[in-house]
Design a binder for this molecule. Sequence first.
Ligand SMILES: CC(C)(COP(=O)(O)OP(=O)(O)OC[C@H]1O[C@@H](n2cnc3c(N)ncnc32)[C@H](O)[C@@H]1OP(=O)(O)O)[C@@H](O)C(=O)NCCC(=O)NCCS
Length: 174
Amino acid sequence: MRLIKSKEFSLTSQENDKFILRSISQQDIELLRVWKNDHRGSFFFKETITSEMQNTWFQSYTQTNDDFMMIVQQDNEKIGCIGFRLIKNTVDIYNVILGRKEFSKNGYMANALKIVCSEAMRRYPNKPIVASVLKTNPALQWYVRRGFVINAEFEEHYVVILPEAQLKQFGGKI
Ligand SMILES: CC(C)(COP(=O)(O)OP(=O)(O)OC[C@H]1O[C@@H](n2cnc3c(N)ncnc32)[C@H](O)[C@@H]1OP(=O)(O)O)[C@@H](O)C(=O)NCCC(=O)NCCS
């Protein structure tokens, strides 16, 4: 399955030259599947994703324009993933997973979030940037510590949003 050219890109960090966000290719989808299954308690979809389901997802992903799944790499190691997509004029940050526990609490995923928000602002100026977080997920506080605020409450989850002041902070080059 070939990806359209515009879905193949990478994002770098000015703070850390060994850190890169690289858009996924077919070679990454098994790893993404394993990470997602390992953390399924943190997400809406609670079933185990099979290889077949993952292939079907990737096939439809290749056909979309405004949906980008990135692998987070430090020193050429794949340590996690983070996605962003345009849904109804809103940028949705999704599938945020630190796949390799030994890299936790180093700020790598916070840096990935910052880079993705900057890229989203560049591509989609003035669009709100949000994430949906299950009420039971401690990651809610992780978003709050990165400047997100709760914007809406639903039965099972919150929608957090990056306020305008934070948007400006992420607007410059990282
Ligand atoms: C959410 C998740 C990605 C966060 O991973 P993490 O390793 O805690 O996050 P970071 O890499 O950003 O590390 C942040 C911590 O590193 C520490 N840190 C150390 N050096 C740092 C630096 N230079 N910059 C920033 N933080 C630094 C901070 O104490 C920070 O902790 P805090 O959030 O309490 O402030 C991870 O817990 C995860 O994969 N959870 C399961 C999936 C999930 O719930 N995803 C979200 C679905 S909505």
